[in-house]
Design a protein around this ligand. Structure first.
Ligand SMILES: [Zn+2]
Length: 224
């Protein structure tokens, strides 16, 4: 029987075609913190997992109309594949391509397991974890800066998070497969707002139990 595991376990190493020195924007997102930025059509967002095994929870919104936003369901369905990697078209809730992953040195990224929250922590790990900062809080803080509310937060991509899907459909969050310096390049097909929570989770292995900074770059091919 063919499972998703046997279809897509390999690490795909795309040649890094863009030199970081050519970036028009360069920012270090501290461990545990949120971030957002407009990435214009034609620009490329690079996310670098500096120390490896760091989940980067990511959402995309149409910068002109934020009611159009990333759809994990449509992305999985359009790809007929459950993971995000090189070539994946990130599809909106209106069925349009928002961006395409054009390079990926890690090989596989989750878009099924969602973002951690205080509520989920309490259910999974016990009531003593209720006070711990979580991705959902980061997203609430960041989308509020953009004029949105928690009702606008949808299922996200977890770059660099390793979530094997078993034959019976069960998910498990296990040790990450990203190495220090692994990166993804995402080419915007429309003006998008990228919203990131640099995941603060310490109760499961998604961050190697040690949240670390990540670096984001923006390349603009129209700027020679
Ligand atoms: Zn998280």
């Amino acid at each position: 029987m063919t499972t998703f595991e046997t279809v897509a376990p390999s690490r795909f190493f795309a040649a890094p075609a863009l030199d970081a020195a050519a970036a028009v924007y360069d920012f270090l997102i501290p461990a545990n913190k949120p971030w957002s930025r407009v990435v214009r059509k034609g620009q490329i967002l690079r996310i670098i997992d500096l120390e490896g095994q760091q989940a980067v929870d990511t959402l995309f919104y149409n910068a002109q109309d934020t009611s159009e936003r990333y759809s994990a369901q449509d992305t999985i369905q359009a790809q007929n594949a459950p993971y995000v990697s090189t070539g994946t078209r990130l599809i909106s809730n209106m069925g349009r391509v928002m961006a395409t992953v054009v390079a990926d040195t890690c090989g596989r990224h989750d878009t099924s397991a969602g973002a951690c929250s205080c509520e989920a922590n309490t259910v999974r790990f016990g009531h003593h974890t209720r006070y711990m900062h979580a991705c959902r809080e980061n997203f609430i803080i960041e989308v509020a800066r953009l004029g949105m509310t928690k009702r606008d937060i949808v299922p996200n991509i977890n770059f660099f998070m390793n979530v094997p899907i078993e034959a019976d459909g069960r998910l498990a969050i296990v040790d990450g497969v990203s190495s220090p310096g692994d990166h993804v390049d995402i080419l915007a097909a429309m003006d998008v707002i990228a919203v990131i929570s640099n995941c603060p989770q310490v109760n499961n292995p998604c961050n190697g139990f040690n949240p670390t900074p990540v670096r984001v770059l923006v390349f603009d091919p129209s700027v020679a």
